[in-house]
Ligand binder design. Structure first.
Ligand SMILES: [Zn+2]
Length: 347
């Protein structure tokens, strides 16, 4: 009896670091005018390119493709794990908005995990294709843009739009910018993609039940999207939501989003019949509105939230369990609202 208790205690201690109270991430510190905003621990474009090149060199399952260039001439990478056309394909898209940075760090972590030639990874490559477009907007991410961003609270470390001051997630119909053209011509039209997660960061002050959330999710809501695609999108959301909830990692709300097809969540599901999930993480690195900005203290947890949810999606698609995921939680998932005075920018 004692031994069992002792074992249970050791087990609890070993995992206590991961068993955070629900909402721990959501309750993390805000930018409050005192906490310093820095980007030195985040991955620069040069480092990002080095990391994906190294992953492709090391791994027999990973290929790197350059799908185009940003306005300022930065390469746009597509990382492809697995290359069996008969298998389902998921695409993780990050950082259409340059100031939404942590989810790209999460993607790079997942890529690194996939880059070892372990038996597990070799077997995974037999079951699923996993694509990443990490950081579609490298110019905005570098704060290297053709307009003034000195009003940002961090001094202009990064900004939402691309170098021409166009919001890339409003350019999916017009495709006037080289970044959206590259995504549509060389990824979405070139490959048969089944699932897509469009990752963003929302403002720092959204909540449900009076508690700040660590993120929010939503499926396509444009009425032209095939109902089967909507259902598959909801299943993708179910798998990722459960993973975050099960690990006690965060508190997710339902995103309050519009129906327009200019945004990826609706437009890509409509145009390409790709099951698409919007996944918003909490807080941006820099913005002119302090309510959007989150200090660094929650970075590790938010990156982990991204890693956990991506890996859950990969696993459920690889073993095909995603097709039986329960979508009824969507009916009761609370729509987040803004806790504060000013409206936030999102999606
Ligand atoms: Zn965004």
């Amino acid at each position: 009896m004692k031994k069992i208790l002792f074992t249970a205690l050791v087990f609890l201690m070993a995992f206590s670091a991961f068993m955070l109270p629900a909402g721990a991430v959501g309750k993390g510190p805000n930018y409050n005018g005192n906490e310093t905003i820095k980007d030195e621990r985040l991955t620069s474009h040069e480092d990002l390119m080095q990391q994906v090149e190294r992953a492709a060199e090391r791994s027999e399952s990973i290929e790197l493709e350059i799908i185009g260039e940003s306005v300022k001439g930065r390469d746009l990478p597509l990382v492809k794990f697995g290359n069996d056309e008969d298998n389902p394909t998921i695409l993780f898209l990050t950082q259409q908005h340059g100031n939404e940075v942590l989810i790209t760090e999460a993607a790079l972590n997942v890529i690194k995990n996939l880059a070892t030639n372990s038996r597990q990874n070799r077997e995974l490559a037999e079951e699923v294709n996993i694509f990443f477009v990490p950081r579609l907007n490298p110019d905005g991410a570098a704060g290297d843009v053709n307009f003034d961003i000195s009003d940002h609270v961090g001094g202009g470390l990064a900004t939402r739009a691309n170098a021409e001051n166009v919001d890339l997630n409003r350019d999916h119909n017009t495709q006037e910018q080289p970044e959206t053209q590259a995504l549509h011509d060389n990824v979405l039209s070139a490959y048969d993609i089944d699932y897509l997660v469009d990752f963003h960061h929302q403002g720092a002050k959204s909540g449900i039940d009076g508690e700040l959330v660590s993120g929010s999710i939503l499926y396509p809501t444009n009425e032209g999207v095939d109902p089967e695609v909507v259902e598959m999108s909801k299943q993708l959301g179910s798998v990722m939501y459960d993973a975050v909830e099960d690990r006690g990692f965060g508190l997710l709300g339902k995103y309050n989003g519009g129906d327009a097809n200019t945004i990826a969540r609706n437009g890509l599901a409509y145009e390409y019949d790709i099951a698409t999930l919007l996944f918003e993480m909490r807080g941006m690195i820099d913005h002119s509105n302090p309510n959007q900005v989150l200090g660094q203290k929650s970075n590790g947890y938010l990156i982990q939230q991204g890693v956990i949810s991506m890996e859950a999606a990969i696993e459920a698609i690889a073993d095909r369990s995603i097709s039986s995921a329960d979508t009824t939680f969507w009916d009761t998932l609370e729509v987040q609202s803004f806790i504060g005075e000013e409206e936030e920018e999102g999606e």
